[in-house]
Design a protein around this ligand. Structure first.
Ligand code: WTA
Length: 627
C-alpha cells in the first residue's frame, strides 16, 4: 500500500524512474506534458520498440535464450532465440522498407497466430512505422473498414489460417477487403497452408513473404523515434457503429508494458510464460509481444483452439513446455470447468507458479476452481483489469511488487502510479461498498494518445463526463479494504467470450440488410461466454418473420463483422420500446430476453407512460412466444 501511495505523490518522479527500464537513444527533456486530455510522456526522448524488445538483449546472455516457442494445432513447432528473432525481424524490416514503408505509415496485418505476426509487428516498428492488426476472425468488410480508416499502403496476411484442424482461406477474405481499399499497393502473403495448395496472387500487388526475404538485407538500423511516435492503432468497439482506432505511442507504452509485466507476472530468469490471447486483441499486443520481449522472457505461443483435438490440449501444452506463468480468460476457464477435472489431472501441471485472468469479470466460483484445480492451491491468481485504451494492466495483484492477500473475484488494487477511484454521476467519490463509475484521475504512460483521426471523439468519450478524469466505462465497487470489484461495462459495450463488441456496431450491421427496418441489441448473461447477444429487429414491410430471414440476418452480420458478432437469439418484433426522445429502452429488452419481468419502470428517465411501456412489453412478449 505504501509503495502505491508513494508513487501517486509525484507521478512524474515515479514514472521517470520506471522509464529507465527501457533503452533511450536520447534522454527525454520533460517526463510529462499534460495538455489535458492529451498526454505526451517522455517528451524529447527518442527510442524504438523493436530495439527495446530485441537489440537490447543481444549484448547479454539473453541472446541465445528462447524468445518464442511456437506450436500449431497439428503439433508443428518452431523455436526462435532472441538472436534468431532479431535476424528475422531485420530481414522483414528490410523487405518492408523496399516496399516503401517508412516512419509515419501504418502497416495493416491480418494474420493468424504464427510467428510472422510478432515479426511483422517488430519489423514495422523498427522502421518507425505503426501497425494496425485486425483479428483474423473478423470479416472482409470489417477489415476493409479498418484499412480505409488507416489509409494503409501495405497489408500483411497469410494464405491460410488454422481453426480446429481446418484451413481457413484468409487470403480470399483479404482480397475481398482490398478490393474496397484503393490505398493498398502491396499485399505480403505468408505461405503456411497445406503443401501444393496454391492461392490466387494478384501480379504487381501481391508478393510472398518468403520471396521478399530473398532480396532483403540482413540488418536495418532502428529508426530513432520520438516517444510520442505512434506504435500502433488498434480498433475497438465503442458506443457508436464505427469502431475507434485507439492510438498508442512508443515511449510511454513501452515503459508501461515492461513495468506492469514485471509487477504483475513477476518473471524469473527461467520462467516460461504463456498468454493464450490472440495477438489481434490488445492483450496479445502488450502481453504476448511488447512486454515479455522487453522483459527478455521466454514465451510460448499457440495457434489453435483450447479444446482441439482434445479437451486437454492446453494442459498437455503446459506440461510439455513446462509453463510457469499462465495468462488466460474467464471464458476459457468456464469451458474447462464444464468438462470437469479428469482432462486436467491427466497432465503434470507442477511447473505452474502464477496464474492470470483477463478480459471480463472472473466469478468467485471460477476463480476458486482455477486456484484449486489448475494451481493446486499454490499459485497466486492475478486478476488483471485493463482495456485496449489503457495499454496495459491498471488494477491487479502485483506479486512482483507487493502482493496483497487475494480475494476471489476482486482484481484487488491499482498498480503503482495508477490513481483509480469509483465515482457517482457527479464525479464525486462514492462511499466504499457503493457501486459507481470507475475512473482514473491521473494520466499514466500506457494511456491511449487519441482516437485515430478523431481527437474530438477521444475527448468526448473518455474525458467529457468528468473534467480531467478518464472514464473507463466500467462499473466498479471499492470495498472497505480498498479492493476493487469490477462489475462489467456501464455503457452499450458487450463482452462476449471476452471479445469486446458494441451494440451499435451489430445494430448498424443488421439495419444495413435490405429487409431490416430497425434493430436493437442487448447483452444477456451467459454462463459460458459471460454475455451473449440478443437481437430484436423490425422487418421492413413485405418481409415475414421466417426462419429463412433469421438465417439471412445472422449470415449478414457474420459477413459484415465476423462470427463473433452473430446473435444467439434473433426476435422479429412489431415495435421497439422507446422513450419519448426515441431512445431504445434496453432495460425492457433485457427483461424480455431474460424473461425476468421489467421491474419498476417508474424510475426510467424520459420514459413514455408506464402503461404504454407495460403494453409494449406484453405485446412483445406475446410475439416472442413467451409467457
Ligand atoms: C473488461 C481487454 C473485469 C472491462 C484487456 C473492460 C474486465 C473491458 C477485466 C476492456 C477484469 C477486462 N475484470 N472486467 N479483469 N479485464 N475487463 O478493450 O469491462 O478488450 O472495460 O481489453 O474488458 O476490454 P478490451
Amino acid at each position: 500500500m505504501d509503495y502505491r501511495n508513494k508513487s501517486l505523490e509525484d507521478i512524474e518522479k515515479f514514472w521517470a524512474e520506471e522509464a529507465k527500464g527501457i533503452p533511450w537513444f536520447k534522454h527525454w527533456e520533460k517526463t510529462l506534458v499534460w495538455d489535458e486530455p492529451f498526454a505526451k510522456w517522455f517528451q524529447g526522448g527518442t527510442t524504438n520498440a523493436s530495439y527495446a524488445c530485441l537489440d537490447v538483449h543481444l549484448a547479454t546472455e539473453k541472446k541465445n535464450q528462447v524468445a518464442y516457442y511456437w506450436e500449431d494445432e497439428f503439433g508443428n513447432t518452431r523455436t526462435y532465440s532472441y538472436l534468431q528473432l532479431h535476424a528475422e525481424v531485420n530481414k522483414f524490416a528490410s523487405a518492408l522498407k523496399k516496399l516503401g514503408v517508412k516512419k509515419g505509415d501504418i502497416v495493416m496485418m491480418y494474420l493468424p497466430m504464427i510467428p510472422e505476426l510478432p515479426i511483422a509487428m517488430l519489423a514495422t516498428t523498427r522502421l518507425g512505422a505503426a501497425h494496425s492488426i485486425v483479428f483474423s476472425g473478423f470479416s472482409s468488410q470489417a477489415l476493409a473498414d479498418r484499412i480505409i480508416d488507416t489509409e494503409a499502403k501495405v497489408l500483411v496476411t497469410a494464405d491460410f489460417g488454422l481453426r480446429r484442424g481446418k484451413y481457413i482461406d484468409l487470403k480470399t477474405i483479404a482480397d475481398a477487403a482490398v478490393k474496397l481499399c484503393p490505398t493498398i499497393k502491396n499485399v505480403v502473403v505468408v505461405k503456411r497452408g497445406p503443401a501444393g495448395q496454391e492461392i490466387k496472387m494478384e501480379p504487381g500487388r501481391d508478393v510472398y513473404y518468403h520471396d521478399v526475404l530473398k532480396t532483403a538485407d540482413t540488418y536495418v538500423e532502428c529508426e530513432q523515434v520520438e516517444a510520442s511516435n505512434p506504435l500502433y492503432v488498434l480498433y475497438t468497439s465503442g458506443t457508436t457503429g464505427k469502431p475507434k482506432g485507439i492510438v498508442h505511442c512508443t515511449g510511454g507504452y513501452m515503459v508501461y508494458a515492461k513495468s506492469t509485466f514485471k509487477w504483475v507476472f513477476n518473471p524469473a530468469p527461467d520462467s516460461i510464460y504463456w498468454c493464450t490471447a490472440d495477438i489481434g486483441w490488445v492483450t496479445g499486443h502488450t502481453y504476448i509481444v511488447y512486454a515479455p520481449l522487453a522483459a527478455g522472457v521466454t514465451s510460448f505461443m499457440f495457434e489453435g483452439s483450447p479444446d482441439y483435438p482434445g479437451i486437454d490440449r492446453w494442459w498437455e501444452l503446459i506440461a510439455k513446455y513446462k509453463i510457469s506463468i499462465f495468462y488466460t480468460s474467464p471464458t476459457a476457464l468456464r469451458m474447462f470447468m464444464k468438462f470437469g477435472a479428469a482432462p486436467i489431472l491427466k497432465h503434470d501441471l507442477s511447473s505452474l507458479k502464477l496464474l492470470g485472468s483477463v478480459g471480463e469479470p472472473i466469478n468467485p466460483e471460477v476463480w476458486t476452481w482455477y486456484f484449486e484445480t489448475i494451481g493446486k492451491n499454490r499459485c497466486p491468481i492475478v486478476d488483471t483489469w485493463w482495456q485496449t485504451e489503457t495499454g496495459g494492466i491498471l488494477i491487479s495483484p502485483a506479486p512482483g511488487g507487493e502482493l496483497v492477500p487475494l480475494k476471489p473475484g476482486s482484481a484487488t488494487m491499482p498498480l503503482p502510479g495508477i490513481d483509480a477511484a469509483v465515482v457517482d454521476d457527479t464525479g464525486k467519490e462514492v462511499e466504499n461498498g457503493t457501486r459507481g463509475f470507475l475512473v482514473i484521475r491521473k494520466p499514466w504512460p500506457g494511456m491511449l494518445m487519441t482516437i485515430h483521426k478523431d481527437p474530438e471523439r477521444y475527448k468526448q468519450v473518455y474525458w467529457s463526463r468528468f473534467k480531467g478524469i478518464y472514464l473507463a466505462g466500467d462499473y466498479a465497487i471499492k470495498d472497505t479494504d480498498g479492493y476493487f470489484w469490477l462489475l462489467g461495462r456501464a455503457d452499450e459495450t458487450l463482452k462476449v467470450a471476452g471479445h469486446r463488441l458494441g451494440t451499435a456496431e451489430i445494430e448498424s450491421a443488421a439495419v444495413s440488410m435490405p429487409f431490416v427496418a430497425e434493430a436493437a441489441v442487448v447483452g444477456v448473461p451467459d454462463p459460458m461466454k459471460g454475455e451473449e447477444i440478443v437481437l430484436f429487429a423490425i422487418l421492413r414491410q413485405g418481409n415475414e418473420p421466417t426462419e429463412e430471414n433469421r438465417k439471412k440476418l445472422s449470415a449478414g452480420i457474420r459477413t459484415l463483422i465476423g462470427p463473433i458478432a452473430v446473435p444467439k437469439e434473433i426476435h422479429f418484433v412489431g415495435k421497439l420500446p422507446k422513450t419519448r426522445s426515441g431512445k431504445i429502452m434496453r432495460r425492457i429488452l433485457k427483461a424480455l430476453a431474460t424473461n425476468t419481468g421489467i421491474g419498476d419502470v417508474t424510475t426510467l428517465e424520459d420514459a413514455t407512460s408506464v402503461a404504454e411501456i407495460q403494453k409494449t412489453y406484453e405485446e412483445m412478449k406475446a410475439q416472442m412466444g413467451k409467457k
